[in-house]
Design a protein around this ligand. Structure first.
Ligand code: EPS
Length: 392
């Protein structure tokens, strides 16, 4: 199994990752990761920081002559915000000294980890909470999980995504886009991501994307923020990843955990799960056929998972993101130390990062699928896994 940990503060010197359990012999170069780090920065609606963060990964261990060695892979991403001339962050985030003369942040943002985090850890300054709970951490998450994605790619499993709603603007339901998505995924889900990456909000419909951009512009003028919904598709999935026999082996539960672990994600749906709750069984369950070799379902409303196991159909996961809690528009809050009620202060922020979240979701889903593959087929090297997957 692959395990990974991230470390680092948003305005600290760097983000660090350690990925352990990656099989040996996997071809891996920095660009396999950098390409996904760049995709994470795409998307209309990001704030000022998108202009200067570069996000180019450095490997420190676990890779030799462009192949993994089976040993832990250590990764680093520098924070340009910290390293820029006169940024002030080296003083604010200094690892030594007493912090004397550094302004304390004491006004918690509603909806953010700020207040509860400060109460939990006993801080009189919210800065440590702001900096570690920040979605900056997702850059390292994408870096770590892109290694799992590379492994899947070598095994013929592809992951793609697209945005289906930003705030008030979105499709009426899967019937509006399912056919287009199926066509783009005909040769694997990369086709879907390629199409989505060509659009400023990672949407497949030009008219809808134009309306989303107008919506983001209006909301930006009002100093507000927006959430949204995205869909992740996995193709080439073998039958039987995950299991029905124990709660923590169910694949859908593990994918749900992965999505909800991303900052600001508040809901997750597998296949047409939410609509299914208000429909009849005959309109929900996918009829089974037989093509002489396998048992394709005639529909995929289950989203490729039945009984906590992959059934061989594409896996479909939707993530629901709340609006970012850092707003220009003031909201009511109370000072952490004095209790004095007052409005929140202006903060530099993104209006929306749903397009970015869709790429982070691809990454964390890749890690879960890779682990489910390793669990079923095992193997210490890419070749060993490959040989065990033959005729899967
Ligand atoms: C974030 C706030 C913004 C975003 C940041 C996440 O940063 P800053 O406060 O420096 O303007 O730009 O996102 C990233 C840096 C990133 O890499 O995605 C937050 O509070 O979550």
């Amino acid at each position: 199994m692959i395990r990974y940990l991230t470390a680092g503060e948003s305005h600290g010197e760097a983000l660090i990752g350690i990925v352990e359990g990656v099989p040996a012999g996997l071809p891996l170069v920095a660009d396999d990761i950098n390409v996904h780090l760049a995709r994470r920065w795409m998307g209309f609606g990001r704030g000022g920081r998108a202009k200067f963060e570069q996000d180019l990964v450095h490997f420190y261990s676990g890779v030799r002559f462009s192949k993994t060695m089976g040993s832990p892979i250590a990764l680093k991403l520098e924070n340009a915000a910290f390293l820029q001339d006169k940024s002030g962050w080296p003083e604010v985030m200094s690892v030594d000294g007493s912090g004397e003369g550094i302004e304390k942040i004491t006004l918690p943002r509603p909806g953010h980890a700020d207040l509860t985090g400060a109460q939990k850890y006993g801080f009189d300054d919210i800065r440590p909470v702001i900096d570690r709970s920040s979605a900056r951490e997702t850059a390292m998450r994408v870096a770590c999980c892109s290694i799992a994605r590379k492994l899947l790619q070598e095994l013929g499993i592809q992951i793609g995504s697209h945005v289906i709603r930003i705030g008030e603007v979105g499709y009426d339901g899967p019937h509006d886009y399912a056919e287009k998505v199926a066509k783009l995924c005909q040769y694997g889900a990369f086709g879907l991501s390629e199409a989505a990456d060509g659009n400023e909000v990672r949407m497949l419909d030009a008219d809808l994307s134009r309306r989303c951009i107008e919506h983001i512009q209006t909301v930006k003028k009002e100093g507000d923020s927006l959430g949204g919904v995205y869909e992740v598709i996995v193709t080439g999935v073998p039958v039987g990843l995950g299991s029905y026999v124990q709660w923590d082996r169910k694949l859908d539960a593990r994918l749900g955990h992965a999505i909800l672990s991303i900052q600001a994600q508040k809901g997750v749906e597998i296949g047409d799960g939410i609509a299914a709750a208000s429909a009849r069984g005959s309109a929900v369950h996918d009829p089974i056929s037989f093509d002489g070799k396998s048992f394709p379902r005639l529909q995929n409303r289950a989203g490729g998972i039945e009984g906590g196991m992959s059934n061989g159909m594409p896996i479909v996961v939707r993530g629901y993101m709340k609006p970012i809690p850092t707003l220009i528009k003031p909201l009511g809050t109370a000072d952490l130390n004095t209790g004095e009620e007052q409005p929140t202060r202006y903060e530099r922020s993104d209006v929306t990062s749903v397009p970015a979240a869709s790429t982070v979701a691809e990454a964390v889903i890749a890690m879960e699928i890779a682990n489910a593959v390793l669990e079923k087929f095992g193997g210490d090297s890419l070749e060993e896994i490959r040989s065990r997957m033959v005729g899967r």
